[in-house]
Design a protein around this ligand. Structure first.
Ligand code: HGY
Ligand code: MN
Ligand code: MN
Length: 428
C-alpha cells in the first residue's frame, strides 16, 4: 500500500453540501399526495433538464479540483488528473448521477462527487499519480429513459454496439440520437467504445442499497461480485369489452392474467430458496385503463437477478413456463421482448486486496460481500480489473426519498477510495 503523504484530509462537510446542492436538480415528478417521507425526493432522467444542470455543477467542481473535462458521444464524461507517466493505461473511478423517479440523493452521486473529493484529498496530501486517474460520470446508468441500465458503460465497454444503441427510443418515441445531440453530445456513437487496454483498473464508490453493513455495524463493504441482471418486457393480450355487459365466463381479461403472471414471478424467485435470487415486476400499464372497461392489454416490465447465472436463468425458464400455462388456460397471448440478460461480474483479486489494505490503513471495519444491485462496474469488468467500495445506508433503503448515508460513513468511503486510487495509480 502506497504510503500516502500525511493523513488524508477529506472535507466531508463540503461533500455533503455538494450532494445536497446536486439533489436540488430534480425533474420533480413526485406523485401529488405520495406518502410523505423524510429525505429529498430526486428524479433525474438522462438528457432531461435536471440532468443537464446537474452535469454542469459536477463539471464545475471537477475543473475547480484541477481536472480536465471531456465527454463522449453518448454523454459519458471523463474528469482526468494526468499522471507523471500519462502514456500508461489510466486508473478510473466514478459512477452515475441520473436517478429513477422519486429516488434518493445518494445512489450514484456519492461515487461521482466522492471521487472528486478523493482527488482533492490526494492532491492535498501531496500525492502525485504515476498513471492518470480518471473520474467517469457514466451516462444513463438507470433504465428509466431507454429501458436498459448502464447504457453509457455498456457502450464504453463495447457490450452494446452503436448499431443497437441507435435503435433506442424513450416512452415518447424520442430517439437516443436526437436526445443526445440536443443535450450537446455530438460525435460518432461508434467511437464511444474505448480501445483495449485503456484502463489498468476501475473502482467505484457506491451506497450498499441493502441492510447488511448497517446490520453488522460495518463501515465498508468490499464487493467481490456483482449480480447478473436480466430484464424484459411482456405484453399480455386478451379481449376488451364493457365491464357491465360482458359476461364473466366469456372474458379474456388481460389484467387478471397479468396478475397471475406477476404472482408467478415472485413464486419463481422464492422457489430457489437462495437469498441472492430476486425478481420484480416494477412496471404495469393497463389498456384502455377505464374503470368500466375490461382490460384488453397489459404491458409488464420484469427484472430478474441472481449472483449465479444458471440459477437466474432457471428462474426465467420457470416464469416463461408459467406464462405459457396462464396463456393457454385464460386464452390470452403473452409476448416477450428481451431488454438485457447480462452475466455476473467478479471483482479482481488485486483490486479487492487494494480495497482491504486501504480499509486496514484507515482502521475501518469492513467485510466482503456481493452486490445484488448492478452498477457501471458490472461492465467496466469486461475491460479491466475492477472493485467496489460500499458504504452503509440507513435501514438498507434505496431508490426512495428516505435513502440516507451518514457523513462519517461517506468520509470513510472517500478515504478508502483515495487510498485505492493512490495504490493502483502508483503501480507500473
Ligand atoms: O437497478 C439497479 O441495480 C441500479 O440501481 N440501477
Ligand atoms: Mn439505482
Ligand atoms: Mn447506482
Amino acid at each position: 500500500m502506497v504510503s500516502v503523504l500525511g493523513r488524508l484530509e477529506v472535507d466531508s462537510r463540503r461533500l455533503v453540501m455538494e450532494l445536497v446542492r446536486l439533489a436540488m436538480f430534480s425533474d420533480g415528478v413526485e406523485e401529488a399526495g405520495a406518502e410523505a417521507v423524510d429525505g429529498v425526493a430526486v428524479t433525474r432522467v438522462v438528457f432531461g433538464p435536471a440532468d443537464g444542470a446537474a452535469r454542469g455543477m459536477v463539471e464545475e467542481l471537477a475543473r475547480e479540483a484541477g481536472l480536465s473535462v471531456r465527454s463522449d458521444a453518448v454523454g459519458n464524461t471523463f474528469f482526468c488528473w494526468e499522471g507523471t507517466e500519462a502514456g500508461l493505461a489510466a486508473v478510473a473511478t466514478g459512477s452515475h448521477i441520473d436517478a429513477i423517479p422519486n429516488a434518493g440523493m445518494y445512489d450514484g452521486t456519492v461515487g461521482v462527487l466522492g471521487a472528486i473529493a478523493a482527488v482533492r484529498a490526494l492532491k492535498g496530501s501531496g500525492f502525485q499519480p504515476r498513471r492518470s486517474i480518471e473520474v467517469i460520470l457514466f451516462t444513463s446508468e438507470e433504465p428509466t429513459r431507454f429501458g436498459i441500465g448502464c447504457l453509457g458503460s455498456r457502450m464504453l465497454a463495447g457490450v452494446l454496439s452503436s448499431w443497437d444503441a441507435v435503435k433506442l427510443r424513450d416512452q415518447d418515441g424520442l430517439s437516443l440520437e436526437e436526445l443526445r445531440v440536443e443535450a450537446g453530445f455530438a460525435g460518432e456513437l461508434g467511437e464511444v467504445q474505448v480501445k483495449p487496454g485503456s484502463y489498468a483498473g476501475f473502482v467505484e464508490l457506491h451506497i450498499e442499497q441493502g441492510p447488511v453493513l448497517e446490520r453488522e455495524g460495518r463501515q465498508i463493504g468490499v464487493v467481490t461480485a456483482i449480480a447478473a441482471p436480466a430484464s424484459l418486457r411482456m405484453r399480455v393480450e386478451g379481449e376488451g369489452g364493457h365491464a357491465g355487459a360482458m359476461l364473466m365466463p366469456v372474458r379474456r381479461d388481460a389484467l387478471v392474467a397479468a396478475a397471475e403472471i406477476i404472482q408467478a414471478v415472485e413464486s419463481a424467485a422464492l422457489a430457489t430458496g437462495a437469498q441472492d435470487t430476486v425478481a420484480t415486476v416494477g412496471m404495469c400499464d393497463v389498456f384502455p385503463g377505464a374503470v368500466n372497461s375490461v382490460p384488453s392489454r397489459v404491458e409488464l416490465s420484469l427484472d430478474v437477478r441472481d449472483i449465479e447465472l444458471e440459477r437466474r436463468d432457471g428462474v426465467l425458464q420457470a416464469i416463461f413456463a408459467a406464462c405459457d400455462e396462464v396463456a393457454s388456460r385464460r386464452r390470452v397471448k403473452v409476448k416477450r421482448e428481451w431488454v438485457n440478460a447480462d452475466a455476473p461480474s467478479g471483482c479482481a483479486p488485486e483490486v479487492i486486496a487494494a480495497v482491504e489494505s486501504a480499509c486496514t490503513a484507515e482502521g475501518v471495519r469492513a467485510r466482503r460481500m456481493v452486490s445484488r444491485a448492478y452498477h457501471d462496474t458490472l461492465f467496466m469488468a469486461r475491460i479491466c480489473p475492477v472493485g467496489m467500495v460500499f458504504v452503509p445506508c440507513l435501514g438498507g433503503v434505496s431508490h426512495r426519498p428516505d435513502e440516507f448515508v451518514a457523513e462519517a460513513e461517506i468520509a470513510a468511503g472517500v478515504r478508502v477510495l483515495a487510498r485505492v486510487l493512490a495504490e493502483l495509480s502508483s503501480r507500473v
